[in-house]
Design a binder for this molecule. Structure first.
Ligand code: WT7
Length: 508
């Protein structure tokens, strides 16, 4: 990443868990000239064959002139025409490389993320504002001081890794930690062993990992020295109270401020967090609380009007620009305008809902659109539906988010099968799982599949996901207004199918 920025090249990092098709889609959209990869990735005791994913992807990417291959493991990569052995060619290069002067608004990087409709969008971040914003938030939200070792355990493939593994900490001269594993490999003490060994001052992680770890005995935490820790941070999804208190009292021994930081790929850096605040101001558990310097949150009501006062809930918008905000969607500025600035004219719309408490503190209540969050990974339900709909047996699907005690949410797919496939649903469902894994990634594969005859639709043909959510959650006692349904009998049909599905799962 830093080498790219040094020569003025725009980078777009792709998470190693993506399929070759997902990688190809990003390379094509960005028109990449070069791809950099390792021969293999290593994670949690598993080897990921990155080179073959890249090989399969670049076949459909005519803009790629070179594939630079670094040897992460001993296994020699099979080298093709486009491939350049990175470690070898680097040895023959001059160690001096003057930095390319750029404009403050020149592109720094693209990062692809999911929206509620269409293909993933290439979020554009630019040079100066992004760096200023990540370095300031890194310093003030986490109380970074010279000499600290900053431990953000996010993958560099997501915005958290960009802003708080690479750009923010390094801009501030921090020592940053590159964590290349999982929280449970080789055992559930891995994070805390790392804290002890590296004397980490700030530990920044995701609620999904905490929910996984708190199921193990506390001795996995207690046996390591965590006295170097000064601030704890959480990011990516709402943190539940159990995880918050475990993190605060078991990991932090109750002595480290725990900051629940709300932000997004699009915001560049943390926008709402309990710190900075007047020295020692109390932190309310599981609340993001305070806007960062210069961030102006506004809650919008159903009529699109800003809600005044406190103890109100609404659509979370930001009314003034801030340095770290995304500048565009690569290649489609109109989509950028439409997605973020049309819903509430004059404001940036986040897609999240929020509550402003009696004391004026913010609490994020979750997405208001068709975006779900699986283990902190953002997914558009439309993306999963697109992948499922490619199956010849499947005329139609609807995907919703369904609660999961570790992952936060998992995709739940309602699937309509063509008549002639109805007799072999299990085989089709297995093919559907594989389809999603190859089109997107394994984590996008629905945990639940419910085969239904029809989907609930309005007279104008729109799927009423609200009803599907209620069926999945078994809260159909209160269906709300169903008067716009084209044929209300469909609800009973789906409830019955769901009851059967539950019985079958119960027997497994
Ligand atoms: C979405 C952004 C922020 C970097 C990692 C995710 C959800 C993020 C919180 C939080 C509740 C949160 C929101 C947001 N989210 N942080 N502290 N509390 N929800 O970045 O992939 O762009 O996802 O993650 O729904 O819109 P992302």
């Amino acid at each position: 990443m830093l080498a790219c920025t040094r020569i003025g090249a725009v980078h777009t990092v792709v998470f190693a868990g993506f399929s070759s098709e997902a990688l190809a889609g990003r390379i094509q959209d960005a028109g990449c000239a070069a791809v950099l990869t390792c021969n293999e990735g290593v994670r949690g005791g598993r080897v990921i064959d990155l080179k073959s994913t890249v090989d399969a992807a670049v076949r459909s990417c005519p803009t790629v002139r070179h594939v630079f291959v670094s040897q992460r493991t001993d296994k020699p990569a099979v080298m093709g025409q486009l491939d350049v052995p990175l470690d070898q060619v680097m040895m023959s290069q001059s160690p001096a490389c003057p930095a390319e002067p750029l404009d403050s608004e020149d592109l720094l990087f693209l990062l692809y993320t999911s929206g509620s409709t269409g293909k993933p969008k290439g979020i554009v971040h630019t040079q100066a504002g992004y760096l200023l914003y990540t370095s300031m938030t890194h310093q003030y939200v986490f109380d970074y001081r010279d000499g600290d070792v900053f431990g953000c355990v996010a993958d560099v493939g997501w915005i958290t890794g960009h802003s708080y593994v690479v750009y923010g900490p390094l801009c501030n001269g921090a020592t940053t930690v590159l964590f290349e594993s999982t929280p449970v490999y080789p055992n559930p003490g891995r994070y805390w062993e790392t804290v002890q060994r590296l004397r980490i001052s700030q530990f920044y992680g995701a609620p999904t990992a905490l929910r996984l770890l708190l199921k193990f005995d506390n001795s996995w935490v207690k046996k390591y020295d965590r006295s170097s820790l000064r601030t704890l941070g959480s990011v990516g999804e709402p943190i539940n109270h159990e995880a918050w208190h475990w993190f605060h009292s078991v990991v932090g021994d109750g002595r480290c401020p725990l900051v629940d930081t709300w932000w997004q790929t699009e915001t560049g850096g943390v926008c709402i967090a309990p710190r900075p605040a007047d020295h020692g101001a109390p932190i309310i558990p599981a609340m993001a609380m305070r806007p960062f310097y210069g961030v102006q949150p506004v809650l919008m009501g159903e009529e699109g009007d800003p809600l005044p006062g406190n103890s109100v809930s609404g659509a979370l918008c930001i009314s003034e620009p801030w340095p770290g905000m995304a500048r565009s969607i690569y290649g489609d500025h109109q989509r950028f305008v439409d997605a973020y600035f049309k819903p509430f004219p004059g404001c940036y719309f986040t897609g999240d809902g929020a509550f402003r408490s009696e004391d004026g503190h913010y609490q994020i209540t979750g997405r208001m659109d068709d975006v779900i969050n699986v283990s902190g990974h953002r997914l558009g339900t439309a993306e999963i539906e697109d992948a499922l709909d490619e199956h010849p047996a499947v005329p139609e699907t609807a995907v919703i988010g369904y609660p999961h005690d570790i992952k936060g949410e998992v995709p739940f797919a309602f699937v309509v099968l063509k008549e002639d496939f109805g007799s072999a649903p299990l085989a089709v469902l297995q093919e559907l799982r594989e389809l999603v894994a190859t089109k997107i990634a394994k984590y996008a594969v629905p945990e639940h599949f419910l085969v239904v005859k029809r989907l609930p639709k309005t007279r104008s043909g729109k799927i009423m996901r609200r009803i599907l959510r209620k069926v999945a959650m078994e809260t159909t006692g209160d269906l709300g207004d169903v008067s716009t349904l084209d044929d209300p009998s469909v609800v009973k049909e789906i409830i019955e199918a769901h009851e059967l599905y539950r019985k079958q799962r119960g027997q497994e």
